[in-house]
Design a protein around this ligand. Structure first.
Ligand SMILES: Cc1cc2nc3c(=O)[nH]c(=O)nc-3n(C[C@H](O)[C@H](O)[C@H](O)COP(=O)(O)O)c2cc1C
Length: 407
């Protein structure tokens, strides 16, 4: 027996919801944005999410500004959008203002993007050690230079630029308020903050109170720039709670949608005051999973796609009592046919009506690592203060940054 492969869930009635939130000129069905996730938020994944919730902003995985400028074929192949995708949203990583400006100009001039998000939150040691990623906000004037360059390159094309960052390096070096301030001064369309420090990495709980501080700080300064909160929204009601507790304008969803692309439909319902569907039964989850694999195969070819898809099987199955042997088989799948065979075996063994275990939605997946020691270039913080107006814009070397998880 093979399971039916069509996703049966009706698209959320997002199109009937009033637009209450905008990023730049783009009105959204709800104040919800898909977090850029390296190796995950490619065109097939975003297309799948959009089925459940059209009308939101879904950010492509991060690409680096330098290879964009150098015409690197692999980097350019990662900048792929669906024919019906709008806005086409891309996250760029870079800490050299000039290169960032050139990359933004190239992408906008070629008409390839509608929205650009800048990554200032990458905590990877090999990035921060060179002063890039999440180390940039510790140098507010470098941050300003990168923002200014990107925003002025995008402005003639009407492409809004947003920024995503963390709370700071560690608890003694929080930079979120100053970062928000610089972003607002330079004219970003919205800011998103992952409420953890670099030191925390992905450990512990996201500290939503810092999101509230950022919103309050910008409001006190007279800025109306939307503040999006990010971190540990696993279920739709978490988003409602985050917005109530912090006063933030919207949410950015990362790991909560891994293996749960329908979360976006649930979020639109919850944030528009409608009842949220109960957790999905195993049969429905498996249908979506196989459909996702098919889309990825079409996008990447079977060999590459099925290797890449193995991690997704673990995420789809998290919380469902299918047993370790099934998980092991899924984690070794090499072809779509094999995946479908395992799915058929699972359905025969436990049945499509199997429910998720209590609390299964909140099982942490994707990254969970940390805390970590913060690696910085020698003297990076010397002479700086947390409220520094330092003018040092020495440009870090982005050359060694490989494709990685950037936030
Ligand atoms: C697999 C993975 C890849 C990620 N890649 C990026 C990235 O490229 N850029 C970025 O800004 N954040 C990246 N992040 C961080 C997320 O965007 C998000 O800030 C973080 O996961 C916290 O939100 P969450 O608790 O909703 O997952 C990544 C996270 C994961 C799990």
């Amino acid at each position: 027996m093979r399971c039916s492969l069509r996703v049966r869930e009706a698209a959320s009635p997002a199109h009937t919801d009033a637009v209450t939130f905008s990023i730049g000129q783009y009105g959204l069905a709800a104040p919800v944005v898909l977090a850029p996730m390296a190796g995950v938020t490619n065109a097939p994944f975003r297309a799948l999410c959009r089925r459940f919730a059209p009308g939101l902003v879904y950010v492509n995985e991060m690409v680096m500004a330098t290879p964009v400028v150098h015409g690197n074929a692999k980097t350019h192949s990662m900048i792929t959008f669906g024919d019906d995708e709008h806005p086409r949203s891309l996250q760029l990583y870079g800490s050299d203002p000039q290169i960032m400006g050139e990359a933004v100009h190239l992408l906008c001039d070629a008409g390839r993007v509608d929205h650009i998000d800048l990554n200032f939150g990458c905590p990877a040691a090999k990035v921060t050690r060179r002063g890039g990623g999440a180390a940039v906000p510790a140098r507010p004037e470098l941050l300003r230079a990168v923002l200014r360059s990107a925003i002025s390159a995008a402005a003639p094309y009407g492409v809004p630029v947003t920024a995503k960052f963390r709370m700071g390096l560690f608890d003694d070096w929080l930079t979120h308020l100053r970062t928000g301030e610089v972003c607002a001064e330079e004219g970003v369309a919205s800011v998103a903050m992952h409420a953890r420090t670099v030191e925390q990495h992905y450990s512990g709980e996201a500290r939503w109170e810092a999101i509230g501080e950022l919103k309050e700080h910008l409001t006190d300064l007279g800025s109306t720039i939307p503040v999006l909160g990010n971190g540990d929204v696993w279920e739709a009601h978490d988003a409602v709670r985050m917005m109530e507790q912090t006063g933030c304008d919207g949410v950015v969803i990362g790991r909560g949608c891994l293996g749960r692309p329908w979360l976006f439909g649930d979020l639109i319902d919850a944030l528009n005051g409608r009842e949220v569907r109960p957790s999905r039964r195993l049969g429905e989850v498996l249908e979506v999973m196989v459909d996702h694999a098919r889309m990825l195969v079409e996008h990447l070819g079977e060999n590459h796609a099925m290797r890449d898809f193995r991690k997704h099987t673990g995420w789809y199955m998290s919380g469902y009592p299918v047993g370790p042997e099934v998980r092991r088989r899924f984690s070794m799948t090499a072809t779509l046919g094999e995946l479908e065979d395992i799915v058929a075996d699972v359905l025969d063994a436990v049945g499509p009506d199997t429910s998720i275990v209590e609390g299964g939605e909140r099982i942490k997946r994707g990254h969970t690592n940390g805390p970590t020691k913060v690696a910085l270039p020698d003297g990076w913080l010397d002479g700086q203060t947390r409220d520094s107006l330092a003018t040092d814009v020495a440009v870090p070397d982005d050359g060694h940054v490989l494709a990685m998880s950037g936030g």
